[in-house]
Design a protein. Structure first.
Length: 82
């Protein structure tokens, strides 16, 4: 696994984030509820597994490129092998 970078949800993803993931990351960011109490926004972590990019939000949302090259969005508690 290659460690990538971290950034705060709602901010522009760093240049290290592949273009293929950006639209779905933005869609997830837009779907997050606002926080009227001023809590910090969750942070994304970009890593690479088998040379495929994976962006994981602290809430458990994962945006990744699967083995076929498709971008998928899932939650880390979903059974990957179902």
């Amino acid at each position: 696994m290659q460690l990538g970078t971290r950034w705060t949800s709602g901010e522009e993803p760093p240049a290290a984030v592949p273009d293929v993931l950006r639209a779905q990351i933005r869609a997830v960011d837009r779907a997050l509820p606002g926080d009227d109490l001023g809590q910090p926004r969750p942070r994304w972590t970009l890593t690479f597994l088998e040379r495929r990019p994976i962006a994981e939000l602290e809430t458990g949302v994962i945006v990744e490129v699967d083995a076929t090259g498709a971008v998928t969005v899932r939650h880390d508690d979903e059974d990957e092998f179902a």
